[in-house]
Ligand binder design. Structure first.
Ligand SMILES: NC(=O)c1ccc[n+]([C@@H]2O[C@H](COP(=O)([O-])OP(=O)(O)OC[C@H]3O[C@@H](n4cnc5c(N)ncnc54)[C@H](O)[C@@H]3O)[C@@H](O)[C@H]2O)c1
Ligand SMILES: O=C(O)C(=O)C[C@@H](O)[C@H](O)[C@H](O)COP(=O)(O)O
Ligand SMILES: [Zn+2]
Length: 363
């Protein structure tokens, strides 16, 4: 069993990684001073079918459990689902001695976390991630729902009491969802650890079809990088923005296509290619963006920005990115692997550069 601590302000909490993680639930909650009188288990349809019964039974050893399953997919990060969860919590008589448990991927984690952050002004919650991507989303306390005008526009920084990551859940994960999570693993390596990136690049099968040991390494290394950054800057006033590498364009693609039309990881992968291309062009960074693109293609990421989206439309979404300040779009670029920097752009200039990047893609 691995344990990584996340420090968030005055508080800290453990991320437990291992096949026995859930066996430690009672002890970890008792140690952290959270022994709930009721639990609301929030999941999605697919995860409910696969693991709902077993996790509910596990939680019932602690307290009575009510369960709420949203429809699987990004569309569930909506005001309607958020409202439905709060209504259900009220109907079930949850109070400030209750706890929310999020069982699922990033969608469930973000949505349930936001419900926990706002129900009666905040009740405790825990994360039980079931996707590779959730090595990122379950850690660090960003919770949110989407707005048609932009990703994660309504949310809160609200940390879980603990994260219980059992990698065995990933055995049922479809290949495209594994790939989506791999984009965030690669992001963590690119912004923070050149040797981790070399390890990922050494063996294509490790990223396309990872075995249990390889997955365990990726989850652990990714979480260590994320926890390290969050512990320095919980509320994104500085270095936490580096975790947004690839996301300015990635989020714009997700929103412009319509939520759920592309996985978060595929969109972020396209965004990382654009940011790497910009890093070479603007900062003379030696990132071998061409080779990166070939590697991404081999992994199966879509390496072109979807043709149906205009650069102007994408630029409008990028302008409403949360990192935008004083009318300038702040992009995370890399001076080299492991050394991120923020580079500010006037929207017109960034749109021209996006257009140029897309023309080169076609050649
Ligand atoms: N809060 C953060 O810091 C943070 C970080 C990264 C991403 N995110 C957010 O996370 C979301 C994406 O998360 P995701 O990729 O986990 O998507 P997801 O939660 O939609 O899960 C992907 C799909 O896999 C299914 N699934 C989940 N676990 C499964 C399992 N073990 N076996 C089989 N199927 C399973 C789900 O039902 C869903 O259909 C996005 O909304 C993104 O914005 C948040
Ligand atoms: O934890 C962070 O900080 C991140 O940026 C992690 C990202 O992978 C994640 O997609 C996050 O939800 C993006 O946040 P946002 O503030 O750009 O909405
Ligand atoms: Zn992300």
């Amino acid at each position: 069993m691995e344990s990584v601590m996340v420090a968030a302000g005055e508080l800290s909490y453990p991320v437990l990684i291992g096949n026995q993680a859930l066996e430690l639930l009672d002890k970890v909650l008792a140690d952290g001073g959270t022994v709930p009188e009721k639990i609301l288990l929030i999941t999605d349809d697919t995860v409910h079918r696969l693991y709902g019964k077993q996790v509910k039974e596990r939680l019932e050893k602690i307290s009575p459990v009510a369960m709420f399953a949203v429809q699987s997919g990004e569309e569930a990060k909506s005001f309607e689902q958020y409202y439905a969860i709060l209504t259900y919590a009220l109907e079930k008589g949850l109070d400030r001695k209750s706890m929310i448990a999020a069982l699922g991927g990033g969608v469930v984690g973000d949505l349930a976390g936001f419900a926990a952050a706002t129900f009666m002004r905040g009740i405790p919650f825990i994360q039980i991630p079931t996707t590779l991507l959730a090595h990122d989303s379950a850690v660090g306390g960003k919770t949110a729902i989407n707005h048609p005008k932009g990703k994660n526009m309504i949310g809160a920084f609200y940390q879980p009491k603990a994260v219980f990551f059992d990698p065995q859940f990933l055995e049922s994960l479809p290949a495209e969802e594994m790939r989506s999570g791999m984009a965030e693993v690669i992001k963590h390596a690119m912004i923070a650890d050149a040797s981790f990136l070399s390890w990922l690049q050494k063996d294509l099968s490790a990223v396309v079809n990872p075995n249990a040991d390889q997955l365990a390494t990726m989850i652990k290394e990714g979480i260590k990088i994320k926890a390290g950054i969050v512990s320095q800057d919980e509320k994104e006033t500085g270095v936490r923005a580096y975790l947004n590498f690839g996301h300015t364009l990635g989020h714009a693609i997700e929103a412009a296509l319509g939520y759920g039309r592309i996985t978060h990881g595929d969109a972020v992968a396209a965004g990382m290619l654009f940011a790497s291309w910009l890093s070479e062009k603007e900062l003379n960074a030696d990132l071998s963006a061409g080779e990166l693109k070939d590697w991404f293609k081999e992994i199966g990421f879509p390496v072109a920005v979807p043709e149906e989206l205009s650069s102007e439309e994408l630029m409008n979404f990028m302008l409403s990115d949360k990192k935008t300040a004083s009318g300038k779009v702040n992009m995370v670029l890399l001076k080299e692997i492991g050394t991120p920097v923020i580079h500010s752009y006037l929207p017109e200039r960034l749109q021209d550069l996006l257009e140029e990047f897309r023309k080169e893609e076609i050649v």
